[in-house]
Ligand binder design. Structure first.
Ligand code: F6P
Length: 340
């Protein structure tokens, strides 16, 4: 069998470990041949494909990013199943292992419904995919965020300031929740739980009154209760364009205004996705990689490998892509006991 591998959507520490696990197991146990598809679905639509040899994946599980490149190309906006079937036929490619997040796996599900042989591997630092307990990349992102918050805390303490730290999470607050708990934040703000500016300021003042440097961790998708969803420009930037700050940058001056505590903000951004994966992520990604080849050899098309407890299972892509896994209210309540 000839198997194509692609990585699609935002990159994520651990992608290379999946590729390595799949290629080594496929080569050693099942004697399969692999093709590397460049930049996700784009490579499959534009026929940007090359052989992927076992020698190429040697030692890459510790490497961040993806050796195959990635893109956010949606195959259904440029050719769809018919074009993909043509390209696969040209390369005598029997199946595709698609490693990606919600968008990628939704496309994989649709392609599978159209008769393309696909196996999915869940990937996202956000940990927001249903039908898997964890995704690789999340542990790395939480570790980087936790270390950054710890570092920001020492400078805030020296200056008796409040620090607002914005972490990734457009739709869900898993990174904010876990890094906030780990770093002992005084408030964790996530998209799933509306909180007013007044409440945030009460937590900040309570921390200050106990002699602490108030630390607020906010997920990028958080909107304070009672506010509009649209981001309003805050003045003009140096190029004369409307200035759009993230939620952390928007909250900091308001907290300062209400509490009188000097406040700074830091946005961690893509730092959370860069560099070497943690050992936990390398192990999970490697297990996903080897299991995805087993699923392809067993012709379990339209499925996705997933972590259930400590076991790797196969689940239907339909179950994996219907709802995002958000933070349950009781998980946030559990953490909120420690705020302020
Ligand atoms: O989905 C992963 C993620 O890192 C989100 O947390 C973040 O909002 C988004 O990707 C950033 O995307 P981009 O790399 O396209 O700016």
């Amino acid at each position: 069998m000839t198997i194509g591998i692609l990585t699609s959507g935002g990159d994520c520490p651990g992608l290379n470990a999946v590729i390595r696990g799949a290629v080594i197991k496929g080569d050693r146990i099942h004697h399969e041949t692999f093709l590397g598809i460049r930049d996700g679905w784009r490579g499959l639509i534009e026929d940007d494909i090359r052989p992927l040899e076992r020698t190429e994946v040697r030692g890459i599980s510790k490497q961040g990013g993806t050796i195959l490149g990635t893109s956010r190309t949606n195959p259904f906006e440029s050719g769809g199943s018919q074009r993909i079937a043509e390209v696969m036929q040209k390369h005598e490619m029997d199946a595709v292992i698609a490693i990606g997040g919600e968008g990628t796996l939704t496309a994989a599900r649709r392609l599978s419904d159209d008769g393309i042989n696909v196996v999915g591997v869940p990937k996202t630092i956000d940990n927001d995919l249903s039908a898997t307990d964890y995704t690789f990349g999340f542990d790395t992102a939480v570790s980087i965020a936790t270390e950054s918050i710890d570092r920001l805390r020492t400078t805030a303490e020296s200056h008796h300031r409040c620090m607002v730290v914005e972490v990734m999470g457009r739709h869900v607050g898993w990174i904010a929740l876990h890094s906030g708990i780990a770093a002992g934040a005084h408030a964790v703000l996530i998209p799933e739980v509306p909180v007013t500016l007044q409440q945030i300021c009460r937590w900040v003042e309570a921390a200050r009154d106990r002699g602490r440097a108030p630390t607020v961790v906010v997920a990028e998708g958080f909107i304070p209760e009672g506010q509009e969803r649209e981001v309003a420009p805050r003045g003009l930037d140096v190029f004369g364009r409307p200035r759009l700050g993230g939620i952390g940058e928007q909250l900091a001056p308001l907290i300062e205004e209400v509490t009188g505590i000097e406040t700074r903000s830091a946005t961690l951004g893509h730092l959370q996705r860069g560099g070497v994966p943690t050992s936990y992520d390398r192990v999970l990604a490697t297990r996903f990689g080897t299991a995805s080849v087993d699923a392809a050899v067993a012709r379990q098309w339209g499925t996705m490998v997933s972590l259930v407890g400590t076991d790797i299972k196969n689940v239907d892509l339909h179950d994996a892509t219907t709802v995002l896994k958000s933070v349950p209210r009781d998980r946030w309540d559990e953490a909120a006991i420690l705020f302020g």
